[in-house]
Design a protein around this ligand. Structure first.
Ligand code: ATP
Length: 289
């Protein structure tokens, strides 16, 4: 039986603004998404029929509620082929932390099954399928850095950026994205877009002026831990830090890999902490038997 291994990276939102609630229940957002090299490993094994997901992480469902399961089911429905797959997810990305792990696993499954089953679906088609699975899924097909507009799925890739190191701190609490949006209490009136200004700063390579997360203020009120972590990072020399997605992960930008490692060593007794580097691609197939 054939099997394939796909690397499934996480993301952080360098900038995340929510402009309005939409009539269709979604939100109008603008964001700068950055892929990072904190990665899960998704192994796809051909089987005769059915979809089976296995994952050792307690916070991750194994059945139909798993986004990778839904990705496989969607491909089977779309292509009408009669095959099955076993999906094994080795989780390194903390779930429900605003790092997009579930969405990335779904994108990895789409890209992996496209290879495993020789479907030859073009990237354009994979992106369409990804969009129907969730707003964060299409980003992971291409990865790198991109602007997300609309519901977050209207993507424009950004090129020519310099890599950097991050330190990620994951507080104990987890956040449901749905609840986080509800707590913003937005109406249908659209806030003013800031994306042109953000892009000007980005063109100059000035990341310090763009770090922003609309959810941070409400989350800080509810969970004082967010502020405490940012202050702890500041005391260790990391002045640029922000929450990712709707939380709870907080990332700080380090000046070097050595600095990030040094800080990890200091705070690993206190917090769940990771060091990561920006990642220039999206999900990627690494081995094939
Ligand atoms: P969101 O996309 O809602 O912003 P997130 O980035 O905060 O999510 P995820 O790691 O994607 O976090 O997990 C969100 C929820 O999705 C989890 O609580 C989990 O129940 C569910 N989930 C489904 N499939 C997966 C998966 N393959 N990996 C992780 N979580 C998954």
């Amino acid at each position: 039986m054939k099997e394939i291994k796909v690397i499934s990276p996480a993301k952080v939102n360098l900038y995340l603004n929510v402009l309005a609630r939409r009539g269709d229940g979604y939100h109008e957002i603008e964001t700068i998404i950055q892929a990072i090299d904190l990665c899960d490993e998704v192994t796809l094994r051909e089987k005769e029929k059915g979809i089976e997901v296995s994952c050792q992480n307690e916070g991750v469902p194994e059945g139909e509620r798993n986004l990778a399961y839904r990705a496989a089911r969607l491909i089977l429905q779309e292509t009408k082929i009669s095959k099955g797959v076993g999906i094994e997810i080795k989780k390194n990305i903390p779930p429900a932390a605003g790092l997009g792990g579930g969405s990335s696993n779904a994108a990895a499954t789409l890209a992996g099954l496209n290879k495993l089953w020789n479907l030859n679906l073009p990237e354009r088609r994979l992106i369409q399928l990804a969009t129907s699975l969730g707003m964060d899924v299409p980003f992971f097909i291409q990865g790198g850095r991109a602007i997300g507009r609309g519901k977050g799925d209207e993507l424009t890739p950004l090129k020519g950026w310099s890599p950097f190191w991050l330190i990620l701190v994951i507080p104990e609490f987890r956040v449901s994205t749905k609840r986080a949006y509800q707590s913003l209490k937005l109406d249908l009136t659209k806030g003013e877009s800031q994306i042109k200004i953000v892009l000007k700063h980005l063109e100059k390579g000035d990341l310090s002026s763009i770090l922003y997360n609309k959810f941070e203020e409400v989350m800080q009120k509810k969970y004082p831990r967010v502020k405490m972590i940012k202050e702890r990072l500041k005391s260790l020399g990391i002045t640029l830090a922000s929450m990712s997605g709707s939380g709870s992960a907080i990332f700080g930008m380090a000046r070097s890999g050595e600095e990030a490692e040094r800080i990890r060593e200091v705070i690993k007794q206190e917090e769940e902490v990771y060091v990561a580097k920006t990642w220039n691609g999206g999900v990627s197939v690494v081995s094939w038997n």
